[in-house]
Design a protein around this ligand. Structure first.
Ligand code: C2E
Ligand code: MG
Ligand code: MG
Length: 384
């Protein structure tokens, strides 16, 4: 199971939390049981000498009690949420890999549902595990089978009232399952490491499709891609091959990334900037990136998450947040994009608040480039 540590505190503190979590687990174990750290915030336990499911359930409740008190680290109390998945020998499988797989998928269910609690493996879950394995197997072949395509969503410059950029988003056209959106496959690409090659393809393809247009292009970069060695040089190589100028490419980094070692991230961002490549923070406001931190980051653009934009027109608090974020960014020389603009009033509010760019269904859903160009030709984005 996995005490999910909110690692927004940074690696050193997260490490202490994990260490103390392990000690608490150790303290409830009997001598016949085994505990192992399973990577990340995941632990695996083997309980020997168990007679029925009830016994396991009461053990798990003891675990929950062990985490009732917050873990003290550096004057903070860190509350740990425990999500557990359980597989039983020999009912669910008779080798350790099968048992771990099923326990893991049961745990994932718990996390999706409520985040805390426990669940036994059931046959229904088995189905989901198999589906995921099938998707994973198909993804290994998707790149060479040319099944990935890019859709583009326009970004409207609010002062010139023109579309000056597009964001490329990935789609997977599976011959049997049809068009798949990223929520169905990005995490699998991440987990398997396939994201590195697919990500390179995304950058190259986006550049090729946009090259002859008067537009900048943003692509999304996953944390794993960002951490891959020699990022700047790899991208320069792709740019050269696509004959695309570096300053028209923007890399979107999610806030999740900023849980990592800040100095390392700042170093890579500087390298990118020195190559002339732009970078932005995506989904800003959903997690980990503090305003204090923002000051140190060599980024060009900040994209305010849809959550704040959806309710902007009616919610005074969101207006205040968006207004002060825009002011701060402008002081720091950072441009601001509002994501998820779905209606005209929101767009007008953003103009009034001094936002630089807007993106969202009100202007257009992401579309294949030829369809997007047809809409641009019709002049549908004029809004004055
Ligand atoms: P994102 O980068 O924040 O992209 C915006 C997502 O919000 C897109 O979903 C887009 O279709 C959706 N969206 C845009 N405007 C609106 C709106 O007005 N209302 C609502 N409700 N939604 C809107 P999509 O294409 O499903 O992508 C989801 C996420 O998957 C992206 O979020 C991005 O984090 C990730 N992603 C997409 N393509 C790639 C890629 O090539 N590489 C990586 N690593 N991640 C990608
Ligand atoms: Mg994005
Ligand atoms: Mg976003």
């Amino acid at each position: 199971f996995s005490p999910e540590v909110n690692t927004s505190f940074g690696e050193a503190i997260a490490d202490q939390v994990l260490r103390q979590a392990a000690e608490r687990l150790q303290s409830i174990l009997r001598t016949s049981d085994t505990l192992s750290h399973f990577g990340g915030t995941h632990f695996a336990m083997v309980l020997a000498d168990v007679h029925d499911e009830r016994e396991v359930a009461s053990f798990i409740q003891r675990v929950a009690r062990a985490f009732a008190e917050p873990i003290p680290v550096e004057k903070l109390g860190v509350r740990v949420e425990v999500a557990s998945g359980i597989a039983l020998y020999p009912n669910d499988g008779d080798d350790i890999d099968t048992l771990l797989l099923y326990a893991g998928s049961a745990r994932a269910q718990v996390q999706e549902a409520s985040g805390v609690g426990y669940q036994f493996h059931t046959a229904g879950l088995h189905q989901r595990t198999l589906e995921r394995l099938n998707r994973e197997a198909a993804l290994y072949q998707a790149l060479e089978r040319d099944e990935f395509v890019l859709y583009f969503q326009p970004q409207l410059n609010l002062s010139s009232q023109r579309v000056t950029g597009v964001e490329a988003v990935l789609r997977w056209q599976h011959p049997e399952w049809g068009l798949q959106t990223p929520d169905r496959f990005i995490d699998i690409l991440e987990d398997t490491g396939l994201i590195v090659d697919v990500g390179d393809w995304v950058i190259g393809q986006a550049c090729r499709e946009v090259r002859d247009l008067p537009l900048a292009v943003s692509v999304n970069l996953s944390p794993r891609q960002f951490r891959h060695p020699d990022l700047a040089n790899r991208i320069l190589h792709i740019l050269r091959k696509a004959q695309f100028p570096a300053d028209r490419l923007e890399l979107e980094l999610t806030e999740r990334l900023f849980m990592d070692d800040p100095q390392q991230i700042i170093r890579v961002l500087k390298e990118l900037r020195d190559c002339g490549i732009q970078s932005s923070i995506d989904d800003y406001g959903t997690g980990y990136c503090s305003l204090q931190y923002l000051k140190q980051l060599p980024i060009n653009v900040l994209k305010i998450d849809r959550a704040f934009i959806e309710t902007l027109v009616d919610d005074r608090a969101d207006q205040a947040i968006v207004r002060s974020t825009i002011e701060l960014c402008h002081t720091l020389g950072i441009g601001v994009v509002a994501e998820g603009v779905e209606d005209r009033q929101t767009l007008e509010k953003l103009v009034a608040l001094g936002c630089d760019m807007a993106q969202g269904y009100y202007l257009s859903r992401p579309l294949p480039m030829d369809q997007l160009l047809a809409r641009l030709d019709e002049g549908v984005f004029q809004f004055e």
